[in-house]
Design a protein around this ligand. Structure first.
Ligand SMILES: O=P(O)(O)OC[C@H]1O[C@H](OP(=O)(O)OP(=O)(O)O)[C@H](O)[C@@H]1O
Ligand SMILES: NC(=O)CC[C@H](N)C(=O)O
Ligand SMILES: [Mg+2]
Length: 489
């Protein structure tokens, strides 16, 4: 899951893009980049690492211009090489830089089309570079360089590209273009700021980026919608696809997004609290006479849910694991070796919260089981009498193909296993998962804001459909073994 941001301002925007990316860092820790438009020049700086590693004073000084985009990357396609860091750039037509959050599932066919029909070269294995070339070709096919021409090009992108995508691009001579896939799988939100010089606009993966920069959240970009903000600050917007089923990614609410973000008009924080409430109610239904002494969250992303579980159960909530703030998120690290090592480096128990107690550990989700396996053992080593584990999401049994790098079933601990078998593998005394209905209701909330979700990693239903051999193909390209081989390991 990557983070994207675009700003059209009256002064240089690079420093604000940098700040915005630092608040979107949780969406991608592998690479970062910024592109700005300055007169007739597109300036790009990008590389591997955290936002703070990639940019220094010199690189920031070069990024002049009042229109710009930024990206932080968590790879789901191609390699982890710095040539696949984003934004990508093409010099024809006009000069376009583009940043993409998501994953295309027809990349191979598109790559062939782009070469054979559009006669364009894609120089990396990245699906995002393919997407940029499709957009560039379709913009080139228009007669003029106007917002309407950009919308027509976006319409064609929607017709040709299949998958999850939220995109920001700068087009020299036009301004900023942004669009979201017809099912709205990936999030994208529009913000506005009034200044003495006039209105300024921004688009970003999550509204939290606006809080920091003083933009007001105007609304979510609608599924299939195109947005153009011209260099002089005019906003144009129109639907660019037939209305489809709106299915935002459930995993954003479960794990990815920051709790202080609003996605599709739903507070992530509140959604997670409701997840905790329904999970707590399920635990009470299954074990009305439970013997739980303490609820302990697995920081960070389970905290909101765990607190509500404790409230519903009427037991103490204790921060029993302390997180090393200098270790990043483990789930989005590229290799299993690194992920496994990081859990212990990241989390350390406070023994007095475990000794002789029956503890209920709460995590937001159990994906590969990397985290849960280790924390259950850590809780036992710290002296817990019994260790129960609750997941605020249902078992993850299917690959994600729209922008989260869980491409192979075999790497998922719950695939082809019953809950009892997973419990045995994790080594806990009881394992309880949230039900999918309850999760969807919890996110949708009392106002039933959303009817459908992309819950494919839980139920195996893919809104775009998939080619027959797609999952085998994905496994060959992106399993942990394939990645290790590619890195020469
Ligand atoms: O079953 P797994 O494959 O381990 O994946 C799921 C875990 O990874 C995440 O934590 P992460 O450290 O990535 O992020 P966080 O610090 O935001 O909770 C998530 O909260 C789970 O704890
Ligand atoms: N997680 C994402 O959004 C990834 C974007 C793109 N597919 C890449 O691999 O760079
Ligand atoms: Mg976690």
């Amino acid at each position: 899951m990557c983070g994207i941001i675009g700003i059209v301002g009256h002064n240089d925007v690079a420093a604000q893009l940098y700040d915005g990316l630092t608040v979107l860092q949780h969406r991608g820790q592998d690479a970062a980049g910024i592109a700005t438009a300055n007169g007739s020049r597109l300036l790009v700086h990008k590389g591997n690492g955290l936002v703070s590693d990639v940019f220094d004073e010199d690189s920031m000084r070069l990024l002049r211009g009042g229109i710009g985009i930024g990206h932080c990357r968590y790879p789901t396609a191609g390699s982890e090489g710095d040539d696949e860091a984003q934004p990508f750039y093409v010099n024809s037509p006009f000069g376009i830089a583009l940043a993409h959050n998501g994953n295309l599932i027809n990349t191979d066919a598109l790559r062939r089309e782009v070469f054979e029909q559009d006669r364009r070269n894609v120089n990396t294995e990245s699906d995002s570079e393919v997407l940029l070339n499709v957009f560039a070709h379709e913009l080139d096919a228009q007669k003029a360089l106007t917002p309407e021409a950009a919308f027509k090009a976006v319409e064609r992108v929607h017709q040709r590209c299949v998958g999850g995508y939220a995109v920001v691009a700068t087009v020299l001579g036009l301004g900023l273009v942004a669009f979201r896939d017809p099912n709205g799988i990936r999030p994208l939100v529009l913000g506005k700021r009034s200044t003495a010089a006039g209105d300024e606009y921004a688009v970003a993966s999550e509204s939290v980026a606006f809080d920091l920069l003083g933009f007001e959240r105007v609304r979510d970009v609608a599924p299939g919608e195109g947005i153009v903000i011209t260099a002089n600050g005019e906003l144009h917007a129109r639907p660019c696809a037939q209305p489809g089923k709106h299915t935002p990614c459930m995993f954003e609410y479960v794990y990815f997004a920051r709790p202080d973000s609003m996605i599709d008009d739903i507070s992530v924080h509140k959604a997670r609290m409701r997840m905790g409430q329904t999970l707590g109610e399920k635990i009470l239904r299954l074990r009305p006479d439970h013997d739980i002494d303490t609820v302990i969250p697995i920081p960070d992303s389970s905290r909101d849910a765990a607190l509500e579980v404790a409230n519903v159960l009427g037991v103490k909530y204790r921060e029993g694991f302390i997180k090393n703030r200098y270790v990043g998120r483990t789930f989005i690290m590229p290799g299993q070796g690194e992920r496994a090592k990081s859990v212990r480096r990241k989390l350390n128990p406070i023994p007095l919260e475990f000794r002789n107690r029956v503890v209920l550990l709460v995590d937001d989700s159990i994906v590969r089981g990397t985290t849960s396996r280790q924390i259950v053992q850590m809780a036992r080593d710290a002296g817990a009498r019994k260790v129960y584990l609750a997941s605020a999401a249902p078992p993850v049994r299917h690959p994600n193909i729209y922008g989260i790098d869980m491409p192979t079933r075999e790497e998922l601990i719950a695939w082809n296993r019953t809950d009892e078998e997973v419990q045995a593998l994790l080594g806990c005394d009881w394992l309880v998962y949230q039900d999918l209905d309850a999760l969807e209701q919890a996110v949708s909330g009392p106002k039933h804001r959303l009817e459908h979700f992309d819950s494919s990693c839980f139920n195996g239903e893919y809104v775009t459909g998939t080619e027959a051999d797609y999952f085998e193909h994905l496994k060959r390209l992106r399993s942990d073994d394939a990645k290790t081989t590619r890195r020469g390991g």
